[in-house]
Design a protein around this ligand. Structure first.
Ligand code: NAD
Length: 485
């Protein structure tokens, strides 16, 4: 073991690690071997109470600081994260099984970007002045108060930071619950934020499964809930938040279309399809898992894709040469294998992959199905694993209608050399985050989020500020009040 994966304690509350072993034990499993590498205990009601009380108590003082002062803390945390990128990436790889090749450039680094970006923005958050003749009005941009964040298991460090950075920049306090599958990384972010000068209680981490999330969401002190997870969970959390008319951000699942026209640069299109289906072993919400390929180039696309997939190096994700890791858990691999079986049973043509290799851990090779039709389960449902469905199409209007025929609307991509067609297609696609001649880029400067059932609200960019703050409008009369009696 290159790293001590047993956390100091299960939770981080009010600036310190806290343990309560009365909670249900949760084993931390290294997906590459199946070995237990740590244990945490789910938050008990006492732990949940402690976290919410600390956050509530700390929020007002934090909000009373100037934005520049808050931002300085976030930017210091970003620097600490960058300085410790190697250790944090190793931990992320243990937590998720994603290759160190990925985690060292896409996880802690992306978290640091968010803290740096929102740290920079914090000092310039303002309301506005509105002149109304002699009278005038102004708006104050105020924090929402106490936020609860709930994370998925695919990007534990990034999700913690993408929620913490705008929430804290706006002057909120946050209680974050990571996925029970990946409980390690967010604790490190909490440690670093406190080291960077964050007052105790402003950012807290409690571990546990859905019941802990449910208890947090239902607490009357909570002003905002931000979830990254599946649509079914989103539905439950949204409904629970609605009971208290709480603000929500929902970052949910998808079944996004990636449309490749016959005039596209083939190598780039294949590269986009690979990134949009197999990065992180396919465990990315925005993946373009319905790959629509214009009929004339289908076979050449499949041949080139198959050739390039020979470059997959599957193995120990801590090995820097490895570029393809295991699935996060045995349960997730089983779900994905179920879909592979369905694809074959429904008549799709298996082009490559399909069967797990005989090795420890939860590995499943990149799997490509061709001749997929819109009605097949592998074309309709989110699989969340390394399974690409290739569908044929003939013309623009047809593919646009088929691409939109889904309840999801997270992302969409178009590969073409025809710029007018590219923009026309994007305008017609029902998705929150789109790509032209690229796939899955997620810079902090660009809003990220879903349309339709893929979500509500936006993370990243200036757009996130609107989801972590509220406006207070103030009318100021300069003359006398004229009342009728
Ligand atoms: P999940 O929905 O099973 O769990 C997400 C989180 O919700 C976990 O922390 C879980 O403990 C918690 N939870 C479950 N039930 C709850 C309840 N009733 N109340 C409160 N919290 C509850 O999702 P997952 O399997 O961890 O992650 C995969 C899913 O996340 C996929 O659908 C994927 O598309 C989605 N995802 C979306 C984004 C995005 O930004 N749009 C990013 C990553 C993952």
């Amino acid at each position: 073991m290159r790293y001590d994966t047993q956390p100091t304690a299960s939770h981080f509350i009010n600036g310190a690690y806290v343990e309560d072993s009365a909670g249900a034990p949760i084993d931390v499993i290294y997906p590459a071997t199946g070995a237990v590498i740590g244990r945490v205990y789910a938050a008990t009601p006492a732990i949940i109470e402690q976290a919410l009380t600390s956050a509530k108590a700390a929020q007002a003082d934090w909000a009373a600081r100037s934005g520049t002062e808050r931002g300085r803390v976030l930017r210091r945390a970003a620097d600490l994260i960058r300085a410790r990128n190697e250790a944090l990436s190793v931990l992320e790889t243990y937590d998720t099984g994603k290759p160190i090749q990925e985690t060292s450039v896409a996880d802690a680094t992306s978290g640091a970007d968010a803290l740096e970006y929102f740290g920079g923005l914090a000092g310039s958050l303002t309301g506005e002045h509105i002149q109304l003749g002699q009278d005038w009005a102004y708006t104050r941009r105020e924090p929402l108060g106490l936020c609860v964040g709930i994370g998925a298991w695919n990007y534990p460090t990034q999700i913690a930071c993408w929620k913490a950075a705008p929430a804290l920049a706006c002057g909120n306090a946050l209680v974050f619950k990571p996925s029970e599958t990946t409980p390690l990384c967010a604790l490190k972010i909490a440690e670093i934020l406190v080291e960077a000068g964050l007052p105790p209680g402003v950012f807290n981490v409690v571990n546990g499964a859905g019941a802990v999330g449910g208890a947090l969401v239902a607490d009357p002190r909570v002003d905002k809930v931000t979830l990254t997870g599946s649509v079914p969970t989103g539905r439950k959390v949204y409904a629970a938040a609605a009971e208290g008319i709480r603000h929500v951000t929902m970052e949910l699942g998808g079944k996004s279309p990636l449309i490749i026209f016959d005039d596209a640069d083939l190598e780039n299109a294949v590269g986009g399809a690979i990134l949009g289906n197999f990065y992180s072993s396919g465990q990315i919400c925005s993946n373009g898992t319905r790959v629509f390929v214009q009929r004339g180039i289908k076979e050449v696309f499949l041949a080139r894709l198959t050739e390039r997939l020979k470059g997959v190096v599957m193995g120990d994700p801590q090995d820097p040469e490895v570029n393809f890791g295991p699935m996060v858990s045995a349960a997730q691999r089983e779900i994905v294998q179920g879909y592979i079986a369905k694809g074959a049973a429904e008549g799709a043509r298996l082009v490559c992959g399909g069967a797990p290799e005989d090795r420890p851990g939860f590995f499943l090779p990149p799997t490509v199905f061709a001749d997929v039709t819109d009605d097949m389960a592998i074309a309709r449902e989110e699989i969340f694993g390394p399974v690409m469905a290739v569908l044929d199409f003939d013309d623009e209007a047809e593919v646009l209608a088929r691409a939109n025929a889904t309840e999801f609307g997270l992302s969409a991509g178009v590969f073409t050399r025809d710029i007018s067609r590219a923009h026309r297609m994007i305008a017609g696609l029902e998705a929150g985050t789109c790509f032209i001649n690229s796939y899955n880029d997620a810079p902090v400067e660009m809003p990220f989020g879903g349309a339709k059932q893929s979500g509500v609200g936006r993370e990243n960019a200036k757009a996130a500020i609107a989801h972590y703050s509220q406006l207070k409008s103030v009318y100021v009369r300069m003359g006398d009040v004229e009342a009728p009696y």
